[in-house]
Ligand binder design. Structure first.
Ligand code: SF4
Length: 199
């Protein structure tokens, strides 16, 4: 399934690849969400994604999310977002990400979001690098935590709304996480350990 509605939003599942291996990742427990199978036989092309979206004006927003990290396919995200903004300018676009896009792509990618992406929702996941690595098992090791925070900081310069999220898995200090978000000047949201929001 490439495009699937959840609530009032249309979610886009464009890759199953991810450099993290989170203990709570729904990919470890399920083949998908709400009956949608999100394992992709092959990664969809930009054209296939645009066809799967169709007319998105009936949705509150379009969300790059899926069963994997969308910024593994940065150019596809940007091309699809450009298509939506050109043809359906009233439809907001969100990226749900692990915040490792700069490490993955080897450059600061946040300026590319300007004018295309309305919200970036970033998984903070833990209050420090050591705990982050215990929970997320990133291929980048503890560097991932620091790069994710830097990514959030940089997104603020180019994206109207930046949100840090944590999943309330045991052992995470939610209040310390909230403080990190406050210090960065971004929104904060606690997600429950069910994957019900599509990630
Ligand atoms: S970052 Fe997201 S997709 Fe990747 S392993 Fe963690 S929960 Fe799963």
């Amino acid at each position: 399934m490439i495009a699937y509605p959840l609530g009032d939003s249309l979610y886009l599942n464009i890759t199953n690849r991810c450099p993290n291996h989170c203990s709570f990742c729904i990919r470890q427990f399920s083949d998908g969400i709400d009956g949608y199978n999100l394992w992709l036989e092959k990664e969809p092309t930009t054209k296939e994604i645009i066809e799967a979206i169709g007319d998105p004006t009936k949705y509150k927003e379009v969300v790059f999310c899926g069963f994997g990290e969308p910024l593994m396919r940065l150019q596809v995200v940007l091309d699809v977002a450009r298509h939506i903004k050109k043809n359906y300018p009233g439809v907001p676009i969100r990226i749900n990400t692990n915040g490792l896009g700069n490490l993955i792509n080897g450059e600061d990618i946040t300026p590319y979001f300007r004018g295309l992406i309305d919200t970036v929702s970033i998984s903070l996941n833990a209050e420090n690098a050591k705990k982050y690595q215990e929970i997320c098992n990133s291929d980048y090791g503890e560097d991932a935590f620091y790069s994710m925070l830097e990514f959030a900081r940089k997104c603020k310069n180019h994206v109207p709304r930046v949100v840090l999220t944590v999943v309330d898995v045991p052992g995470v200090d939610v209040e310390k996480c909230r403080k990190i978000a406050e210090e960065l000047g971004v929104e904060f949201r606690v997600r429950h350990f069910e994957g019900g929001d599509g990630e």
